[in-house]
Unconditional design. Structure first.
Lengths: 349, 349
């Protein structure tokens, strides 16, 4: 009688000696065969289109400064084109402003309700700490300002290849020091996705180190919390994710370019290795196909272990940062409404 | 110049026309190559052992009543063996008791702190609504009573092949009606994992339909919220999960055996299709490798869409229900401490 599957269920769910499980095969590698994965039918049609897109394979990483810059400029130009219509749909105005010597974009909703007039959000864009310079990095700030009806300062922090770590984080800290002079820190939240989520966490670690005020809440979206390839979903969701697809080659190359010889496990580069005690309440966002789902999960657990109020929201079938992909997808509004609601509960007025 | 990966990131993170993504390949299937996945180093050694165990492949489903019963009995015998030592380690006593004509097990911690003396938890065990009859289904109740220091009634609901749906749910409702006579419903939480999580959600849907009192909180652990193969992680985590491994053949066969001809999309069989308005606060637990992670994620989103307070906790690298596998793993205590903390915040005294 073949009992394997049932006994495994029994072992897994109702616990017997784990030694049994080793009887057949002592290899610690999980060998998973090739598969073809359909698009889930339970998400919106807009999200189904995003999920149906094939991943970009055979990618290469830039190797010289000029190659990095050329790729950065090409992407920025493409991203910029979509912004005027986005600002129009979301009902926001964007103004370029230098704060503490750092180039910033102030995103202001056309209509700000009374309870949000003394509130401020600080935003760090994503893009491996390398891409989306200037105004091209304002998409998420526009979505947050539009859906959350709060003013946002989006920080155009300095980036490699010319300005590796810690230049960008220094800029983040400099803007933070000015922001708390504009509005009480109890009325400010900080957010960002991917590298912007990592920067959000690193800013709080630096603020703790320097004895600065902390924000009242943070929203690290699928944060780049570990620049090494340690998170399990880098393996389980490789090529399942159609957004960033795999750690190599771009993620790995960009991490080294940004770190510029510093240890990738430095908590200011990989915040999951930091001390989260005293952190403000946090809401994390990810998707089931996200290559960096484990980063969000590990940060969530570490925050909870440190006694911090922390919420995790995960969206069905979404790859890395796809809650930012299409402002017309209902899941996009849902994600930002949740973040806005979380900020509303934690920010002073 | 090869821009593919970067443009995809740009499209995904900073949104341009999704039509671009369709240019290379119009197939909606994601083709993922075979891979070998290492054990994550960031979880406890106990959890690394659980994750390192190979999945049971080439499983078969029972086809006759006698085959189902034989498999059920073999598994129950195996599970029962581990229980005396578990009760000892967790410091609980178990007493067999018939409540409303339903066989139950009352799990009482040796020490119950003052604030928990008027509180009660109701538990439904997992096992595809087929396995773990009698006392063999009490493992999770022992863990919850031991870590949460609260009394638990574990319901030995009737199961197929002799008693398909709705017999088990009828038993759940009957015990619920008695429980609210013992302790005020504001002081009661309901929990269970896998099928037990599905039963927890179905009980609340039935209680709403019948105008019964609702529990003050629920903890559906990686709930069987959709008996059809609709959740995305049934595909993305197939064979990545080493606990229940795949939907076919056991999950599919057990779903049909339990439903006994009823539509699998009936909300009392697949609660994710139900109306969650008015549900009590809920905490959901899953893992990044869980075959049913999407069920937990979809339930979490639907609860939040209905305005219900709902927490999601996901553990790194864990397959289905592995937070129950080894009571000595720190992740097990962590998961149950979170649930106990959630209950403590929502239950009256």
């Amino acid at each position: 009688m073949k009992l394997g599957g049932f006994l495994r269920l029994s072992l897994a769910v109702f616990g017997a000696a784990p030694i049994f499980a080793y009887a057949q095969d002592a290899s610690p590698l999980r060998n998973v065969p090739a598969r073809s994965i359909p698009v889930p039918a339970t998400v919106s049609l807009e999200m189904q289109r995003i999920i149906a897109a094939p991943p970009s394979l055979n990618r290469s990483a830039p190797t010289t400064k000029d190659e990095w810059k050329a790729r950065k400029e090409a992407g920025a130009a493409l991203s910029l084109k979509a912004l005027p219509a986005l600002r129009e749909r979301l009902g926001v105005q964007v103004e370029n402003k230098v704060i503490a010597g750092v180039n910033c974009y102030v995103v202001t909703p056309n209509s700000v309700p009374e309870q949000n007039r003394n509130r401020l959000l600080v935003h760090f864009h994503g893009g491996y700490y390398v891409f989306f310079p200037g105004e091209s990095g304002t998409k998420e700030a526009i979505l947050m300002a539009g859906y959350g009806h709060m003013k946002v300062i989006s920080v155009d922090y300095r980036m490699p290849p010319d300005f590796p770590y810690p230049a960008g984080l220094d800029d983040a800290v400099a803007v933070w020091k000015e922001a708390v002079k504009m509005v009480a820190p109890a009325n400010i939240a900080v957010f960002g996705t991917s590298a912007g989520g990592g920067m959000t966490l690193a800013l709080v670690l630096r603020a703790k180190q320097e004895g600065l005020s902390l924000p009242a809440a943070i929203a690290p979206g699928t944060p780049a919390a570990d620049l090494t390839k340690s998170s399990d979903t880098y393996f389980t969701n490789e090529q399942v994710d159609n957004s960033i697809v795999s750690y190599e080659p771009i993620g790995e190359a960009a991490a080294k370019l940004y770190a510029n010889g510093h240890d990738l496990r430095d908590p200011l580069l990989s915040p999951v290795y930091g001390d989260f005690h005293g952190f403000p309440p946090a809401i994390l966002t990810s998707g089931t196909r996200d290559l960096q789902l484990s980063d969000a999960v590990r940060v969530h657990r570490k925050l909870r272990q440190a006694g911090v109020e922390a919420q995790l929201q995960v969206f069905e079938g979404q790859s890395h940062a796809q809650y930012l992909s299409n402002d017309l997808a209902p899941e996009t509004k849902e994600a930002f409404d949740e973040i806005a609601n979380f900020f509303d509960r934690h920010l002073g007025k």
